[in-house]
Design a protein around this ligand. Structure first.
Ligand code: NAI
Ligand code: MG
Length: 368
């Protein structure tokens, strides 16, 4: 059987720097775990604009639709700030998400013990935290029509429309329930059914999908504003949180910060299963291209490496190997390895991007 295929798009700024370490990790799994991937690499974002005058070449897009998973670094940077909106680096990423129809965005918030002091919350509130936010990514108020700024009488009105069809809610609900079955069998769905009709429909459809096909999963519903309060009060009450695009944008950023640095946060965006049963999938760190530290060897590669761990788990059915990689990172952090972004007030000497990669490979070797 052919090896699973992986398209790597390092992008801009620190994207290529952190991706360099991911490539070493991928090679390690090929060498030591007999888990070989057909890896190809291409340009996205500003790098693609520089080469082709477009942030995503059609050929790259076509390739992304063929492979089993795409792994992306980051896009953007000050060099591209004055470009026309239509060719901005971010458009490359948006095109990928749209044409791959990646409707389910997985954002884990996981607290590594060694970094529990890093949280702005009390240590016992976050220690051991491991939750997953499933955010609907391709519909809702960021896409609904009508939208725009219109003249109305003698003033202007800004309009956006929150809109969800039953099938859009149905498919993202299924992805959350499937995920819950692989975790702790618990989903909390968040909307504002008290003040929004789209929320009423959301709640109804989620409940129906649950009752018909996932009665074994524990389901609760919560208003999203209360959800925000509960997330900072007692986040460990949750396992999988299912929510829409707008609330998910905010709640996932909020949950992420419970656990510390941007340099630690992975994500996955999944679409419908392809013919081989694997979902269309894009894995990327949450952070951007970090122009302030680009080229200085300071970037933390862990967010991008953890994104590859998610790929192992969700695209390649290698949950044990994903856990091996996560455990190696846990070990390295427990041993005190820190890139600059992970330095607390007590100071110390940070290690470089490459040194963090070295340490993780060493811990992987030790896991054999
Ligand atoms: P950013 O995430 O690039 O950086 C925010 C801060 O976090 C900076 O101080 C940066 O040095 C630090 N940081 C980020 N990742 C880090 C890592 N791995 N290790 C250590 N420190 C890290 O967000 P910012 O500054 O708002 O945006 C910079 C550029 O990135 C912009 O062009 C923006 O449009 C783009 N961007 C791209 C994203 C993507 O590709 N998905 C997401 C967010 C921003
Ligand atoms: Mg956001």
């Amino acid at each position: 059987m052919a090896n699973p295929s992986l398209l790597i798009l390092p992008g801009d700024g620190i994207g290529p720097e952190v991706m360099e370490q991911v490539k070493r990790v991928i090679a390690w799994f090929g060498d030591k775990r007999d888990l070989a991937f057909d890896v190809s690499e291409d340009l996205v974002g500003g790098a693609a604009y520089d080469a082709h005058g477009t942030p995503l070449h059609d050929e790259t897009m076509a390739r992304a639709l063929q492979v089993d998973a795409v792994l992306l670094g980051a896009v953007g940077g000050p060099k591209y700030d004055d470009l026309d909106f239509s060719v901005k680096p971010e458009r490359g990423l948006l095109r990928l998400r749209k044409e791959m129809d990646l409707f389910s965005n997985l954002r884990p918030a996981q607290c590594f013990d060694a970094l529990a002091d890093f949280s702005s919350l009390k240590k016992d509130v976050v220690a051991g935290l491991d939750i997953m936010i499933v955010r609907e990514l391709t519909s809702g108020v960021y896409f609904g029509e009508p939208r725009g700024i219109f003249e109305e009488g003698n003033e202007r009105v800004g309009v956006n429309t929150q809109r969800y069809t039953e099938s859009e809610i149905d498919r993202v609900a299924r992805s959350a329930f499937e995920l819950a079955r692989r975790r702790n069998n618990k989903v909390c769905s968040m909307e504002k059914a008290n003040v929004m009709e789209s929320g009423i429909l959301w709640r109804e459809v989620v409940q129906k999908v649950h009752d018909e096909d996932y009665p074994d999963v524990e389901l609760s519903h919560m208003y999203a504003d209360n959800g925000a309060m509960q997330l900072v009060r007692a986040p460990k009450q949750f396992d999988v949180i299912l929510t829409d695009n707008l609330f998910g944008d905010i709640l996932s950023d909020c949950a992420a910060m419970l656990t510390g640095s941007l340099g630690m946060l992975p994500s996955a965006s999944l679409g419908a299963p392809a013919a081989n049963g694997r979902p269309k999938a894009l894995y990327e760190p949450v952070h951007g291209s970090a122009p302030d530290i680009t080229g200085q060897g300071k970037a933390n590669p862990i967010a991008c490496i953890l994104s590859f761990a998610m790929a192992l788990r969700y695209s390649f059915d290698q949950g044990d190997e994903a856990a091996r990689l996560e455990a190696a990172i846990e070990t390295v952090l427990a041993n005190g390895a820190r890139t600059a972004d992970l330095m607390g007030e007590e100071g110390g000497t940070p290690i470089s991007t490459t040194e963090m990669g070295d340490a993780i490979l060493k811990a992987l070797d030790a896991s054999l």
